[in-house]
Design a protein around this ligand. Structure first.
Ligand code: PEP
Length: 252
């Protein structure tokens, strides 16, 4: 059974004290509002991961990293490995975010290696992909999304998808205030699921959670999440407010 998931990507925001404050607020609101049936994830910056993982350990809020390297260790200045995340009890990582692709040159081949490293260390992957505006304007969005998924994930065995969450994030909707319409999100999520059916069969496809990301707010979350192939959201800006984030969690 696929899960409903709402994950907050804090990006390069919040120093230690702000991270602790926001994590505590989110954990408290999740507890007070008796959130059930939706997995809630927050992704602080890597330097604060250990503290926030400890702080939320007894809550229902899970912690994810925003990135990791594919190598186990070695001469990769500034990087962190899957094994390092595991050692501080971080069991989920976001990979392939459009900002990593755009500003840090991450491509499908590199991401395939990162996915392999995460899964080998039993770290769940939230795998992000999505088309840029020019692709959508040219009607190429399905071709682009299909190839991002195939290139980074289709070398995997079917069983690997138990530890993979997909996040469709049209790049033109990230941080722009412009959201895909619920219908656009549903159409693409249905295409993604069909792509999985064709490769791995219906059972695998039905059990993979597919999140939508791109300017999700309390005001639009309910309609987007009501679509049958949308299993939750990856939230950027609105995840920096505990109240807004909780309202999105409660949109299910
Ligand atoms: C994101 O960065 O993954 C994202 C969806 O950001 P925002 O919600 O701010 O558009």
């Amino acid at each position: 059974m696929r899960k409903n998931i709402v994950a907050g990507n804090w990006k390069m925001n919040n120093d230690l004290s702000a991270s602790k404050k926001l994590a505590k607020q989110v954990a408290k609101l999740v507890r007070k509002n008796k959130v059930k049936g939706t997995k809630v994830i927050i992704a602080p910056t890597s330097v604060n991961l250990e503290r926030i993982a400890k702080l939320t350990r007894k809550s229902k809020v899970k912690v994810a990293a925003q990135n990791m390297h594919f190598a186990e260790n070695g001469a990769y200045t500034g990087e962190i490995s899957a094994q390092m995340l595991k050692s501080i009890d971080v069991k989920t990582v976001i990979l392939g975010h459009s900002e990593r692709r755009e500003y840090f040159g991450e491509d499908d081949a590199l991401l395939a290696k990162k996915v392999d490293a995460a899964l080998a260390n039993k770290i769940e992957v939230i795998f992000c992909f999505g088309e840029v505006l020019a692709d959508r304007k040219a009607g190429n969005e399905e071709a682009v999304v299909g190839s991002q998924i195939k290139n980074a994930l289709f070398h995997l065995e079917a069983s690997a998808f138990k530890n993979i969450v997909l996040a469709y994030e049209p790049v033109w909707a990230i941080g722009t205030g412009e959201t895909a319409t619920p219908e656009q999100a549903q159409d693409m999520h249905a295409f993604i699921r069909k792509t999985l059916v064709d490769k791995y069969g219906a059972e695998v496809a039905d059990n993979v959670s597919i999140l939508y990301g791109g300017s999700v707010k309390p005001a639009n979350a309910k309609e987007i999440f009501s679509k049958p192939d949308v299993d939750g959201g990856l939230i950027g800006g609105a995840a920096l407010s505990a109240d807004d984030f909780l309202a999105i969690v409660q949109a299910f």
